[in-house]
Design a protein around this ligand. Structure first.
Ligand code: PLP
Length: 323
């Protein structure tokens, strides 16, 4: 827990506290207070700036001088580039060519060197470690690192301070850094809070790994929740165990419900969120959160989605809900 408080102090000059808003439309739908934690409003459009900042600020001067590298489905790469730029450190980002154009453009704007390699995150990861060996760059892990986990955990502190009678937190889940950090923080303070993880139905690597009792590898499928793609690492050291320990429930969301939730939030809340973030909304809309009486917080984890994707699913939503 001390790590989380230290992380908050360490990142405070780079990362601002995010807004929390009540959602009357979701509250009415399920008959309990629902709050949205707006991690989409960070300048880079996702929460990952918290973990990246905590890790990079903690590096030695020598490591900072040599530069940092990472591989990522996009948001972690953006976060690393953003933090590195703020601190005047060189960043190299290795990504697969599945990553949406909007994210690649944003990376370029942040001044990072970009290497596009292969079809999946694992190939990008291999290239990244090659750079570490060849050039002495420090690889910033997207989730399986205590500093990254502690950085994401600062969200838990903000939730505790602001939400009365918080009983459920709904957290989009991929590698598990976000859920580990929030789960550890909340349950250290208030043991009874339930933590529900949410992933897309296909390529849910953490789900399959938990079922198998050890980290497994899966092929990546096309999904609207592209930020939730990627393996958890066969040699996972931290997040697999932490998710086992701190997650009470895991909900899988089909693609059509992710699409509906994205359009629903745009229609009813005038809010843009990417597929990964919309899984949490879908879990609440689908009444998948076990019934209790207290408040639910949904982590709106990011907003980086191509406009073309958004316009297509909005069109379908309007056709289907034309009453
Ligand atoms: C990375 C990411 C997640 C999942 O975080 P993990 O720590 O990998 O579980 C969820 N939503 C968005 C928008 C992300 O970028």
């Amino acid at each position: 827990m001390r790590n989380i408080w230290e992380a908050r102090k360490r990142i405070s000059s780079i990362v601002s506290k995010t807004p929390l808003i009540g959602s009357s439309i979701l509250s009415e739908k399920i008959g309990r207070p629902v709050y949205l934690k707006l991690e989409n409003v960070h300048e880079v459009g996702a929460f990952k700036v918290r973990g990246a900042a905590n890790k990079i600020v903690s590096l030695s001067e020598e490591e900072k001088n040599r530069g940092v590298a990472t591989f990522s489905t996009g948001n972690h790469g953006l976060a690393v580039a953003y933090v590195a730029k703020k601190l005047g450190i060189e960043a190299t980002i290795c990504i697969s060519n599945r990553v949406p154009h909007a994210k690649v453009d944003s990376l370029r704007r942040l001044g990072a060197s970009i290497e596009i390699v292969g079809e999946d995150q694992d190939t990008a990861g291999e290239r990244c470690y090659q750079l570490e060996a060849e050039k002495g760059l420090t690889v910033i892990q997207p989730f399986d690192d205590p500093y990254v986990i502690a950085g994401q955990g600062t969200i838990g502190l903000e939730l505790m301070e602001e939400i009365p009678n918080l009983t459920d937190v709904v957290v989009p889940l991929s590698g598990g850094g976000l859920l580990s950090g929030i789960g550890l923080t909340l349950k250290s303070i208030e043991h009874d809070i339930r933590v529900t993880g949410v992933s897309m139905e296909h390529s849910a690597v953490m789900y399959e790994s938990l079922k198998a009792g050890k980290p497994v590898k899966l092929n990546e499928c096309e999904t609207l929740a592209d930020s939730l793609l990627g393996g958890i690492g066969l040699d996972n050291q931290y997040t697999f165990q932490l998710v086992q320990k701190y997650m009470d429930d895991l909900v899988l969301i089909p693609e059509n419900e992710i699409a509906y939730s994205m359009a629903f939030m745009m229609d009813k809340h005038r809010m843009i969120m990417e597929g990964a973030a919309a899984t949490g909304v879908a879990a609440v809309l689908g009444n998948s959160i076990p019934h209790q009486n207290g408040s639910i917080a949904i982590i709106i984890s990011g907003q980086n989605v191509d406009l073309s994707v958004l316009s297509k699913l909005t069109e379908n939503y309007l056709l289907d809900n034309n009453d």
